[in-house]
Design a protein around this ligand. Sequence first.
Ligand code: SF4
Length: 310
Amino acid sequence: MKQVFPYELIFFHSLKQDRPERVLAVKLDGTETMSDHTEQLKLPDSFTFSQSSLQDYTDCPRRFQLRYIEQLHWPAVETEPVKENEIRQQEGQLFHRLVQQHLIGIGPEKLNALVNTANLERWWVNFLHTDFKLVDSRKFTELTLSTPIGENRLIAKYDLVAVQPGGKVIIYDWKTYKKRPRDEWMAARLQTRVYQATIVQAGAYLNDGIPFEPEGVEMIYWYAETPSDPAHFSYDTTFYKREWKTLTGFISEIKNHQHFPLTEDERKCAYCTYRSYCNRGIEAGNAEDMEEIPLTGTDANFEQIAEIEY
Ligand code: SF4
């Protein structure tokens, strides 16, 4: 759910810098205040955390502050070449839609007409030729689950949740990355950690009112470019308890933060929209040079599509 922000921000640019020097905050009641960035805006008490916002925080506290507290929309591109990456993002979103439509019962013959680029065609053919072994499962596509965490809520938006007889649950997530990441890198992503913990916390209604045992939870990233090499992540109770404590700790830390420092890993800045704002460079990083730098825009999944739409 998009947060309601009670200000409209107007930026005053210096001719010598590409970052605003001062911000005129116009409250919705019409009153105005001039800020020099030292004025402390606060995270709304009702803020709903997600894997995206927690990933931003762990990547760079300042990015979290700019994106979710100040709600600053900064126009820098994330990666070069811009056009190619934008097209790939759009293809990724369309691929997610195709898969979702197919999983709710629309046949490929009706969807094939939408497959109109080489990338999409390759991913679509790969998907149709993969046996996900879903025959006996109850399938929930583009499912949103939300659970209380401390005084806030945590939300997870799944591409596909498949509940098997006996209470085992498999979380599927479709990835259209150019390069397949290492499993260790994916295991550490907040998406993996939030999605698994949330299904244990909030998935009971998918299982006749019985919470899923962590031991019955599996998460699978299926890579459209390497369809026969998905990443599998199992789960257990000890790990779940530790993860929930960690996630709760992150949220408490964020809420108690007075200062959101810039990341010390400046490689992340080359792929961040705020790099000119933070004086961390002008040029966007090249997607071809990217190994496993966390991005927020190129990984088109349902959560991001949903966040764009809502
Ligand atoms: S440019 Fe770097 S320091 Fe600034 S928000 Fe982005 S990642 Fe953080």
